[in-house]
Design a protein around this ligand. Structure first.
Ligand code: MG
Length: 306
């Protein structure tokens, strides 16, 4: 079991107490003034202002707080992103799971207005790729209560079906983003007069609209594309977090259903897991858990039949 100790300011300690309020547990140690237990870490704040993180997530969890202070300020500025420094309400959309062999593809569009932005201040929001999964699982359920969003999950079976029928990943993404954005317009009654909407750019805008050529409705008014948008727009960053959270939840369900620990990504470990899955559950079930056109499938088969 690993442990990390930090000495933190009163201000950060107050934030931590608020943050872990729901996970607070009793501690009889007279020198401990607050103790909380999350899925992978026990956090104890001592009267000396030292904080002890213990457990397999200790390092990750402590990192959230180790750099608080200045970093929070910097992130706030980056994510208020707004070209002239002042915040404006906007929609942002991002996707997750496109590079992972196992698990679904998820897309989430969120609408962040000034009130939501204020409420999000303490969450240290940034691109989901830069956040630990345990932190995402911790904050996402809380975030979901703060603003309207539309989340779409493309299960593996459907993904493989579309892929066989000529949809590349770009086209699937375009459909999901478009649908998530249209749902959200409906939710916030902004169909006729949509707020500025930013899609984390994965293709040239002309290609994006080509992908959508057969879509019955296309969100186009006030829609913009930007690369690395999750670092510039709060709504895109929030979209990436909620999409990642949905992805992680689905992976957890898959782990339980199939009795294995599906690795993320598309590395050699993933090939090995694919081989194990085929051995245990048969190749006919692989399309239910994986994006079978990835090279991992062939590698797993090779390993199996050699
Ligand atoms: Mg993205």
């Amino acid at each position: 079991m690993s442990s990390v100790t930090l000495q933190l300011s009163e201000e950060i300690l107050d934030k931590m107490k608020q943050f872990y309020q729901a996970e607070q547990i009793k501690n009889k140690n007279p020198h401990a003034c607050f103790t909380a237990k999350t899925a992978g870490c026990t956090i104890t704040i001592y009267t000396s202002k030292k904080v002890l993180f213990q457990g397999k997530e200790a390092e990750k969890e402590s990192k959230i707080w180790a750099t608080s202070g200045k970093t929070t300020e910097k992130r706030k500025i980056e994510l208020s992103m707004q070209p002239h420094g002042s915040f404006f309400a906007h929609i942002g959309s991002d996707e997750v799971g496109t590079g992972d062999y196992f698990g679904p593809m998820t897309v989430c569009a969120t609408y962040i207005d000034e009130k939501a932005q204020q409420a999000l201040t303490d969450f240290k929001i940034q691109d989901s790729k830069a956040m630990t999964d345990s932190y995402i699982c911790h904050i996402a359920p809380k975030m979901q209560k703060l603003f309207p969003f539309s989340l779409l999950i493309l299960p593996n079976e459907k993904y493989n079906h579309l892929q066989k029928n000529g949809y590349n990943q770009g086209k699937m993404k375009a459909y999901l983003h478009n649908q998530a954005i249209l749902h959200l317009y409906k939710k916030i009654h902004a169909k006729k007069n949509p707020p500025k909407t930013i899609i984390d750019q994965f293709a040239k805008p002309s290609t994006y609209y080509q992908y959508l050529a057969d879509a019955p409705y296309i969100a186009k008014t006030n829609v913009f594309f930007e690369t690395k948008a999750e670092n510039k727009y709060l709504a895109v960053a929030c979209g990436s977090i909620l999409a990642r959270y949905a992805f992680l939840q689905k992976m957890k369900q898959m782990n339980e259903k199939w009795g294995m620990d599906f690795p993320k990504g598309a590395s050699h470990t993933v090939d090995q897991a694919a081989t194990k899955f085929i051995q245990t559950h048969g190749i006919e079930n692989l399309p239910l858990v994986a994006k079978i056109h990835f090279a991992n499938t062939e590698k797993a088969k090779k390993h199996l039949f050699n």
